[in-house]
Structures are given as structure tokens and as C-alpha cells.
Ligand binder design. Structure first.
Ligand code: DER
Length: 219
């Protein structure tokens, strides 16, 4: 589909920054999937030699299928370059991630990266973040965290499947998020809430694909 062409173009532009010897953080989702298959092709065709860190079990399986060597996640301390998608991203490179439920590991890899590139099609850039915000919650803290989210004006909806870590994934509709930093600070202070999809400082560069070209923006 045209969306796929745009996502693939953004991914292929981003993986051009990968050089041999790098430890590369591989994101989760359909756009990141194009980066994974593209890196697999570069390994096969150019002899690129990299090690990867996967942000989800699905991404680790895709990396394995693409012939990309990767580290066990608990051996990961830092990566050179992280390439990942986003559900929304605003003009200040603040993003909502977690559509695929992987934002806890994605944020660890993004924070551990010297440079993080976000790859998107034209549907992701927005003026104001307003999608439902994915959060990961320790299941025994469900009622408490749901109550805290409602006090913040959010509407929590629990996903049917748990996260890769076996915790609850809850999508919280807050409407337009006019103070993302304030909301992130408040969420980070809620005990039992393990992670959320507000990525406010991690993204260094944005590649926006469309059917014929890619726009690159630096923070
Ligand atoms: O779950 C995630 O954080 C993904 O990166 C998501 O934000 C983007 O997924 P997509 O590339 O399939 O749209």
C-alpha cells in the first residue's frame, strides 16, 4: 500500500546512517520492520557487520529472520543508534509511542542510544499530541493506577494481551495533551505504573517518508 512505500522510504533513508561495528537499537512496529529487513539486506549484500538490540520479542524474531545478530536485552547498556517508529510526533520532536505495546523496552533503548532516529510516514506528524497514551502497569496495581489516570482526566482502556514483560497495557485517552512534560512527570510518579509512551527528549532526528521522497529533520 502507499503507506508501506512511505514507511519503507523513511526506513531505508535512516538505515543509511548505520555503519559496521555499530550496536543498533531496533524499534517495534511496521515502519521499524522495514528498517530491520533493510539492514538484513545490507548485511547480506554489503557484508555490513552490526549487533542489534531488540525492543520487543516480535522485533527479536524479525531480526533473527533477517540474519541480524542481537544481544540479550539484559546485556544491553548502551547503543550507538536507535531507529524506531512513532504513533504521533509534534514539531518539538515529542512523540507518543506504544501502539505496539513495546514502549517500556523502546524507551530504555532510546535512552541508551547516542542518537535516536524516528521513522514515520506523513500520517504521524501532528501539531498537538492527542492519541490515547499507552501505559504499562503492574497487574496487581490495576485499580490504583486506573483511579490515578481517571483523576488526571484520562479514560483508561485495558488491552486484551499483556506486554512482553507480562504486565498490563492500558490505553489512556486524555484528549489533546497541551503539557506533555507535566503529564509525563505526573505519570512517572505513579507507583505501579512502569512506563508510558510519551517520548519527549529521546528523539534526535525524524525521517518522514512519502511515496516519492523523504524529509529529514534534526532536533
Ligand atoms: O509501538 C510503537 O512504539 C511503534 O513504534 C509505533 O509507535 C509505530 O508503529 P507503526 O510504525 O506500525 O506505525
Amino acid at each position: 500500500t502507499t503507506g508501506d512505500i512511505s514507511k519503507r522510504k523513511a526506513a531505508e533513508a535512516a538505515i543509511a546512517e548505520v555503519t559496521s561495528g555499530m550496536l543498533v537499537g531496533l524499534g517495534t512496529g511496521s515502519t521499524a520492520a522495514f528498517a530491520i529487513s533493510g539492514l538484513g539486506r545490507r548485511i547480506a549484500e554489503e557484508g555490513l557487520t552490526i549487533t542489534a538490540a531488540g525492543t520487543s520479542l516480535a522485533t527479536e524474531a524479525a531480526a533473527r529472520a533477517a540474519g541480524i545478530p542481537f544481544l540479550a536485552f539484559d546485556d544491553l547498556a548502551a547503543v550507538d543508534l536507535c531507529i524506531d517508529g512513532a504513533d504521533e510526533i509534534d514539531p518539538l520532536f515529542r512523540a507518543i509511542k506504544g501502539g505496539g505495546g513495546a514502549m517500556l523496552r523502546e524507551k530504555i533503548v532510546a535512552s541508551a542510544a547516542t542518537r535516536m532516529i524516528c521513522i514515520v510516514d506523513a500520517s504521524k506528524p501532528v501539531e498537538t499530541l492527542s492519541r490515547a497514551l499507552p501505559i504499562e502497569v503492574l497487574s496487581f496495581a490495576r485499580a490504583y493506577v486506573e483511579g490515578a489516570i481517571r483523576c488526571l482526566g484520562g479514560d483508561p482502556v485495558i488491552r486484551p494481551a499483556p506486554s512482553d514483560q507480562g504486565n498490563l497495557l492500558i490505553d489512556c485517552a486524555f484528549g489533546p495533551i497541551v503539557d506533555p512534560e507535566g503529564l509525563a512527570r505526573t505519570l512517572d510518579a505513579i507507583p505501579g505504573l512502569l512506563g508510558h509512551g510519551l517520548f519527549l527528549s529521546e528523539i534526535d532526528a525524524l525521517y518522514i517518508g512519502d511515496e516519492t521522497s523523504v524529509a529529514r529533520r534534526e532536533r
